[in-house]
Design a protein around this ligand. Structure first.
Ligand SMILES: Cc1cc2nc3c(=O)[nH]c(=O)nc-3n(C[C@H](O)[C@H](O)[C@H](O)COP(=O)(O)OP(=O)(O)OC[C@H]3O[C@@H](n4cnc5c(N)ncnc54)[C@H](O)[C@@H]3O)c2cc1C
Length: 512
C-alpha cells in the first residue's frame, strides 16, 4: 500500500532539514513547500553538529578579497573563482538572514560580533553561536522558524529513495515514511541531503550520511563534479566510537599544539604549522599513525579558560574521561566533508531540469580540491537563499502521471565502508583504487540494499582513478606531484559505469 502525497502535488519538494534545506524552505515562504526529512525537524544532521562556525569577512581588517584569496589557496588550483567570489561576497547577507530567522551569534560586551580564527584563514572571521555549539544553535533557531510558518509542510521520518523523471525532467519522488511507502508528484525538487562521511569507517558525520542524495541525482542522470575530493578532518577524538567526535580546528586556532607520543611537535617545520590546510595536517598525522605512533592535541596552555570557550568539546572530552585543561587529547583523522557532489550553477540548478542541489550534496566549485574551514555553512546558506530566489521564478510545470516502480530496498552501506576506507582514504594508489572499482561495480549495477552506497563509492573511485596527480585532499602515492594545470572532472553515472567496466581488468570481469 503506497501513501499518496499528491495532496501536495505541484509544491516544491525539499529533501533534508540541515541548514541548506531549512534556509531554502524559509527563503521560499510564503510559497507552499513540502520539506521531507529522514528524522525529526532539528534532529540528526551534520549541520546540527557543526562546532566552529561560519566564515564571513566582517572584521575591519578583512575583506571579501582576502577571504577569496584564502579560499583559492586552500582549493589548490581547482576553485571556480567566479562562483567562489559570488558566494563569499554574499556572506554578510547570509549572516543577516540567519539572524533574521532567530540565530543569536556570539557578541562581545560592546555588541560587536565575536570572530574566531581557523586553519588557513588569514584573518579572524569565524562567526559562531553558543561558543562551539554553532550548528546546534543555528538548526534549532531555523527549525523553530520553519515550524512557525504555515506554508511549509514538514514530513518527518520520510526517506526519499528515488527521483522519478519523465522526458528528462523531474516528475516526482518515491520514498518510505514511518515504514510506509509514499509517492509525490512534483516537478521541482531541491536536494539538501548532506555529505558522504558515513561511507567511511572513521567519520565525523552522522553515519546515515552516505551520499544518498548523490545516488538519487546520479540515477536521475545529473552531472557529478569533483567526486574524488574527500576532506579528512585531522583531529577527531581517537576513541572507540562511530561516528568519532570532532575536536574543532578552532582549538588549534586558539593555540593548541599537535604532539606525538614522544612529545615531539611534528608540525613545527611545516609552513603554517598546526594551522596548515587540513589535508596537510591530516597527512602528517596519518604518517605518525602509520609508523605505529599516536597523536595528541595539547590544549593545556588554555588552562581553565578551555571550558567556557569550548563547552561542547569540553563535554565530549570529559565523556571519554579526558580533561583538556590538564590532559592531552588523543586525535586521529576522519572523513569529514565532501567537496564534490551534484554539479550546479550559481543558482543551485543541476543538469536535470527541475532538480536543484544545495549544501554539501552540491558542488558549486567553491571548494575546488579542498575546503577552507567554515566555508561550508556559508555556502549552504548562500546557496539556499539563491536557489529559493531561482525557484520562485520558475513555473509550475504540470507533471504527467508517472508510473511508480517498485520501492527500492532500504539502503545498507556497511559492506561499502570496508572497501572505501581501505582504498579511497587519505593516501590512494592505482591498485587500491582498482580493487575498489572491481568490488563496487557489480554491487552498483544490481538492485540490492548495498547498491546506492556502492554507486557513491564507485563514483569516488572512478574519479580518483582518473586524477593521476596529488592535489588538495586527493593524494596518490603513485602520482605524488601536482600537474601544472588542473581541470575539474564532470561526469554522469552512466559515463562512470562505462569507465568502470573498461577499467576492471578483463580477468576480474570474467570471474565476477
Ligand atoms: C562534526 C562536524 C562539524 C562541522 N563543523 C563545521 C563548521 O564549524 N563550519 C562549517 O562551515 N562546516 C562544518 N561542518 C560541515 C557542515 O556542517 C556541513 O557541510 C553542512 O552542515 C551540511 O549541511 P547540509 O544542510 O547540506 O546537510 P546536513 O546538515 O547533513 O543535512 C542533511 C539532511 O538531509 C536529510 N536526508 C539525507 N538523505 C535523505 C533522504 N534520502 N530523504 C530524506 N532526508 C534525507 C538528513 O536526515 C538531514 O536532515 C561540520 C561537519 C561535521 C560533521
Amino acid at each position: 500500500m503506497t501513501e499518496d502525497l499528491n495532496a501536495f502535488e505541484g509544491r516544491i519538494a525539499i529533501i533534508g532539514s540541515g541548514i541548506a534545506g531549512l534556509v531554502t524552505a524559509l527563503a521560499l515562504a510564503p510559497e507552499p513547500v513540502v520539506l521531507l526529512t529522514k528524522y525529526a525537524l532539528g534532529g540528526t544532521s551534520s549541520s546540527a553538529w557543526a562546532q566552529g562556525g561560519i566564515a564571513a569577512s566582517l572584521g575591519a581588517d578583512d575583506s571579501a578579497g582576502l577571504h577569496l584569496a584564502d579560499t583559492m589557496a586552500a582549493s589548490d588550483g581547482l576553485c571556480d573563482e567566479r562562483a567562489a567570489a559570488a558566494i563569499i561576497r554574499e556572506a554578510p547577507a547570509a549572516i543577516a538572514a540567519l539572524e533574521h530567522w532567530g540565530v543569536a551569534f556570539d557578541r562581545h560586551a560592546d555588541g560587536s560580533i565575536s570572530m574566531g580564527l581557523e586553519a588557513a584563514h588569514s584573518r579572524r572571521r569565524i562567526v559562531h553561536a553558543a561558543g562551539d555549539g554553532t550548528g546546534g544553535a543555528i538548526v534549532s533557531a531555523l527549525a523553530r522558524a520553519v515550524a512557525a510558518i504555515p506554508s511549509i509542510t514538514v514530513l518527518e521520518g520520510a526517506e526519499v529513495r528515488r527521483l522519478l523523471t519523465s522526458g528528462g525532467r523531474v516528475a516526482g519522488l518515491l520514498g518510505v515514511r514511518n515504514g510506509q511507502a509514499f509517492s509525490l508528484r512534483t516537478t521541482r525538487v531541491v536536494l539538501a541531503t548532506g555529505g558522504i562521511g558515513g561511507l567511511y569507517d572513521a567519520t565525523t558525520n552522522p553515519p546515515e550520511n552516505f551520499g544518498q542524495g548523490i545516488a538519487l541525482a546520479a540515477r536521475a542522470g545529473a552531472v557529478l563534479a569533483d567526486m574524488e575530493f574527500v576532506q579528512f578532518h585531522p583531529t577527531a577524538l581517537a576513541v572507540a566510537k562511530r561516528p568519532l567526535p570532532l575536536i574543532s580546528e578552532a582549538v588549534r586556532g586558539e593555540g593548541a599544539l599537535l604532539v606525538n607520543e614522544r612529545g615531539e611537535r611534528f608540525m613545527a617545520d611545516i609552513p603554517l604549522q598546526e594551522l596548515a590546510p587540513r589535508d596537510v595536517v591530516a597527512r602528517a598525522i596519518e604518517a605518525q599513525i602509520a609508523r605505529g605512533g599516536r597523536v595528541f592535541l595539547d590544549a593545556r596552555n588554555s588552562g581553565a579558560a578551555f571550558h567556557p570557550r569550548f563547552p561542547a568539546i569540553s563535554r565530549i572530552c570529559r565523556d571519554s574521561g579526558i580533561d583538556p585543561a590538564t590532559e592531552l587529547i588523543p586525535v586521529c583523522p576522519a572523513a569529514h566533508y565532501h567537496m564534490g557532489g551534484v554539479a550546479t550553477d550559481q543558482n543551485g540548478r543541476s543538469s536535470v531540469t527541475g532538480l536543484w542541489a544545495v549544501g554539501e550534496v552540491a558542488c558549486t566549485g567553491l571548494h575546488g580540491a579542498n575546503r577552507l574551514a567554515s566555508n561550508s555553512l556559508l555556502e549552504a546558506t548562500v546557496m539556499g537563499l539563491r536557489a529559493a530566489r531561482d525557484l520562485g521564478s520558475t513555473d509550475i510545470h504540470s507533471s504527467r502521471p508517472v508510473l511508480a516502480g517498485n520501492m527500492p530496498p532500504a539502503p545498507e552501506s556497511r559492506k561499502v565502508h570496508r572497501v572505501v576506507s581501505k582504498n579511497l582514504g587519505i593516501v590512494r594508489e592505482r591498485l587500491g583504487i582498482e580493487e575498489a572499482i572491481v568490488t563496487l561495480l557489480p554491487w552498483a549495477e544490481g538492485g540490492y540494499p548495498v547498491t546506492d552506497p556502492a554507486i557513491v563509492g564507485l563514483l569516488i573511485a572512478v574519479f580518483a582513478y582518473l586524477r593521476e596527480e596529488s592535489r588538495g585532499a586527493h593524494a596518490r602515492s603513485d602520482y605524488p606531484n601536482r600537474l601544472p594545470a588542473g581541470d575539474r572532472t564532470l561526469l554522469t553515472l552512466s559515463e562512470v559505469l562505462d569507465l568502470a567496466r573498461s577499467i576492471v581488468p578483463q580477468d576480474y570481469a570474467r570471474s565476477a
